[in-house]
Unconditional design. Structure first.
Length: 426
């Protein structure tokens, strides 16, 4: 029978029936099906209510980074990531920063931007003036949608209006500024934006199309800074090397992209652990890196008068500790408990500090021994597992590859077969 992905009513089927269809379609083995259904701490029925067409639960390593001292408070930082060395790098960098007094972090108020796209107005300038003159009414309509948020001190706080030129002619873009408190805020903002759209049409005579949150959260920034003593880094040459690396990133977008990826290694690992929206964070970070018209590094590095290294990172940080997966996924709830954060702003301060830590670790490695030495040591274990090593054989295969300096899939397979032969012979 010909395989087809056209399966009417697939979403209505029980999970086990979906799995049977996928098993036949992809010719999965019983062992592979068992792996799909191995749910760990996220029950299948709960996963089935989180997203559509669920057939299993995907697992990633859950770790904690150590040594973090942020605003005088100690944190164990949960991180979920598949890439070797990220957690170790964050922990090691945090240890170096600790010697300089730890991270200092702060956030702006948790204000998100809801965009209302107004089109087909005869006079954009007049429409802008009309909208601003009705600001109080617009805010009133918005806040009627979420009285609990308003009671908590949040809600729609202001209205901004921009006129932009597009390939479809001029558009009037209304920004609804909403304090979302401890939520990421997309749902609240979208609801408010949709609610005010008809009134904006009424007072301007225009046509509204898009009504949605912006992930370029320039009103919701997180900042972290640190000073690392040159002796802890390894001397003035290492400081100089890191400054050359930063200068490279500042001048070249190809390097800046990888520089910022290193920052996001840490940010996204914490976001995954705490059930936050990783795609929104990535979009906001990279858009912010290019907000001047040139793509630039998100962090800044400089030398102090004493010759020590100072780092600073500023980026949008739209994260929450209420709503969404943060309060649904059992492991996300555990991660927040491990962190002990009380507000979304505190979580943002932790995340921006972790991003700066991972950036520091990567720059130090690049400026000295190179990024691959530590990374490949950890990658060796993954290769050993990939070729079928289990138990103590994983470490034996990895150690042999590291010793030989040949960390490759084919070599891992050869070493594993050799060790198995020796074990049988004995």
């Amino acid at each position: 029978m010909k395989r087809t992905s056209r399966i009417p009513g697939f979403y209505k089927l029980p999970i086990i029936e979906r799995v049977k269809i996928v098993k036949e379609f992809a010719e999965l083995t019983d062992e592979e099906v068992s792996a799909l259904l191995n749910t760990g701490s996220l029950p299948l029925d709960l996963a089935d209510r989180m997203i559509e067409n669920v057939i299993g639960v995907f697992h990633l390593p859950f770790a904690v980074a150590t040594n973090f001292l942020i605003n005088g408070k100690d944190y164990l930082v949960p991180m979920v990531i598949e890439e070797p060395s990220v957690v170790a790098a964050a922990s090691n960098a945090a240890k170096m920063v600790r010697a300089g007094g730890g991270f200092k972090a702060e956030t702006t108020p948790p204000v998100m931007i809801g965009q209302i796209q107004l089109t087909n107005v005869k006079d954009p300038v007049e429409a802008k003036e009309q909208i601003l003159s009705e600001k109080e009414k617009i805010l009133e309509i918005a806040n009627e949608q979420d009285p609990i948020l308003v009671k908590l001190g949040g809600g729609a706080k202001d209205v901004e209006v921009r006129i932009i030129d597009t390939i479809k002619g001029p558009m009037v873009i209304v920004h609804l500024l909403v304090d979302v408190r401890d939520a990421m805020g997309a749902n609240a903002v979208n609801t408010m934006a949709e609610a005010v759209a008809p009134y904006i049409e009424k007072i301007t005579g225009g046509k509204v199309y898009l009504r949605i949150v912006s992930n370029l959260a320039v009103k919701r920034l997180a900042r972290a800074e640190c000073v690392v003593p040159k002796e802890v880094l390894g001397g003035e040459d290492v400081v100089e090397g890191i400054l050359y690396a930063y200068a490279f990133a500042k001048a070249d977008p190809y390097r800046a992209a990888t520089h910022n990826k290193g920052i996001m290694n840490g940010v996204i690992a914490v976001a995954l652990a705490t059930g936050n929206d990783t795609r929104a964070l990535e979009a906001g970070a990279h858009a912010y890196a290019a907000i001047t018209g040139r793509y630039l590094p998100l962090s800044t590095w400089e030398m102090t008068e004493k010759g020590d290294l100072r780092g600073f990172l500023e980026m949008p940080m739209a994260v929450g500790i209420v709503g969404g997966a943060t309060r649904v996924n059992p492991l996300a709830k555990i991660a927040l408990k491990i962190l002990g954060v009380k507000t979304a702003s505190e979580l943002a301060q932790v995340m921006v500090s972790v991003g700066l830590a991972n950036n520091l670790a990567a720059l130090k490695a690049l400026a000295t021994e190179g990024i691959q030495k530590g990374h490949m040591k950890l990658h060796a274990r993954n290769l050993a597992i990939a070729v079928g090593a289990t138990g103590e054989l994983i470490d034996l295969v990895a150690e042999r590859m590291i010793k030989e300096g040949k960390i490759r899939m084919e070599r891992a397979r050869e070493i594993l077969e050799e060790l198995k032969r020796k074990m049988k012979a004995s």
